[in-house]
Design a protein around this ligand. Structure first.
Ligand code: MN
Length: 435
């Protein structure tokens, strides 16, 4: 079932760490996202973001905190990755969330963790939060699919399957990297318009895609589908995801089996995983289907999912070029879109993925696909924003971009806002292009 708001979301609840109570922080005590960090020369630790700090869970446990939790949960919190915690399900996640909230709130019942347990986020290195066994990327934005389809088929942009089946492809887990990892411009085979034969070299049409990522929880045995009504139990939490794409390589290679080397050279995730429980106040229905669209088939249809299956995350994309850094220009916002504009909910994507008996495992990563919205300012990749490079974007300082240049840094941000709730954020997902 989809988590409901409880006392951990109470807007009156404050942290004893002042930076967690500051207006505009991504990490108030109502959020409590998980990540994995390492101090310089140290080992990987599960951590929880709070204000400008991170709570080292292993150190907190060794110091006697979180003692009331089941052994299994404590063991998972001491692991070097989030997979053991992801495998436990809501029955373990929710008591842990309450215990962490009690530990960090100003009027909590027990002793506070020592300040030494809270290194500044800048003093640690962020690692991939989970061992990602499999990565699947979907195509759940009807706005993105329509825009891209229109470039190739102006009269009939959406293929006939789109409104029936959540479209996706199997991505590559080995090249998923954490925010801040440089992205090397890939080589690839391309065939230029009008050229007789293809050529091989660095991509000239490097693009980003802003996506919402989702980490699988306990998973399902091979051969046993996940019913749509139980799919929300499988959603541990969400992250920002940049599905870097080489458009010239993609255009030449994608038929008939879909994306391959155009997309598996790097995919960047944010260090923080915002849990399904933290997102409880920001759930709602995804945008209503257009009149005449088919209803989802029964295996993708659930009343709770229809009213609360969407996740209201506003996604922003910023670009800062080498020249902008040199000239002192801040990152420039290219787009703003909302995950509630997706055509399918995360539970529908997961239930569809497992509907043939495919087994999902703890830590598997599902990408939403590029999150675009109905307006021109809500286009979640350069392919759409510049309409295949035909309408360059002008940046502060006068540069233009059709696709990404070496030295460009793409920064994704995500935030959740709703009247009556404390806003939470996802932090950042950054990647800079190197030659
Ligand atoms: Mn994608």
């Amino acid at each position: 079932m989809i988590p409901r708001p409880d006392q951990t979301h109470d807007p009156a609840r404050r942290a004893w760490l002042d930076t967690a109570n500051a207006d505009g922080t991504d990490f108030p005590v109502q959020n409590l996202p998980f990540g994995v960090m390492a101090r310089v020369g140290g080992e990987a630790r599960v951590a929880v973001a709070i204000g400008d700090r991170a709570l080292d869970l292993r150190a907190a446990i060794d110091d006697g905190h979180l003692a009331g939790l089941p052994d299994e949960t404590v063991r998972a919190c001491r692991a070097p990755r989030l997979n053991p915690l992801m495998s436990l399900g809501h029955a373990a996640w929710l008591p842990l969330r309450h215990a962490l909230s009690d530990l960090l709130r100003v009027d909590g019942p027990g002793p506070r963790p020592a300040p030494a347990l809270l290194p500044k986020q800048a003093e640690v290195q962020w690692l991939l939060p989970a061992e990602i066994g499999d990565y699947t990327d979907f195509y759940a934005s009807v706005h993105h699919a329509t825009n891209v389809g229109r470039m190739f088929r102006p009269d009939n942009p959406l293929l006939p399957n789109y409104k029936w089946v959540p479209i996706g492809y199997h991505g590559r887990a080995s090249s998923v990297v954490v925010s801040g990892t440089p992205v090397r411009r890939p080589l690839g085979q391309v065939k230029d318009d009008g050229a007789e034969v293809p050529s091989f070299g660095p991509t000239r049409r490097l693009d980003y895609e802003v996506e919402l990522g989702c980490y699988v929880g306990p998973g399902n045995p091979l051969g046993t589908p996940v019913p749509i009504g139980e799919a929300a139990d499988q959603l541990f939490g969400f992250c920002l995801l940049n599905d870097w794409s080489a458009r010239d390589v993609q255009a030449w290679e994608y038929q008939p089996l879909g994306p391959f080397l155009a997309k598996n050279f790097a995919s960047t995730v944010s260090p923080w995983v915002v849990t399904s429980a933290a997102l409880a106040p920001f759930r709602g229905p995804v945008a209503a289907r257009a009149a005449g669209d088919p209803a989802p088939l029964p295996y993708l249809s659930d009343p709770e999912d229809a009213t609360a299956g969407g996740v209201g995350v506003e996604l922003e994309v910023f670009l800062q070029t080498e020249a902008m850094r040199a000239g002192g220009y801040p990152p420039y916002r290219l787009s703003r879109s909302d995950a509630l504009d997706l055509y399918w909910t995360p539970a529908q994507l997961l239930a569809h993925h497992a509907s043939n008996g495919c087994n999902l495992r703890p830590g598997d990563l599902l990408g939403s696909g590029t999150v675009s919205g109905p307006g021109d300012q809500a286009r979640g990749c350069l392919l759409e924003l510049t309409w295949r490079g035909s309408r360059p974007v002008t940046l502060p300082g006068g540069e233009t971009r059709r696709f990404l240049e070496d030295g460009d840094e793409v920064i994704l941000r995500g935030s959740c806002r709703r009247a009556g709730s404390v806003s939470i954020g996802f932090g950042e997902c950054r990647g800079r292009i190197v030659p």
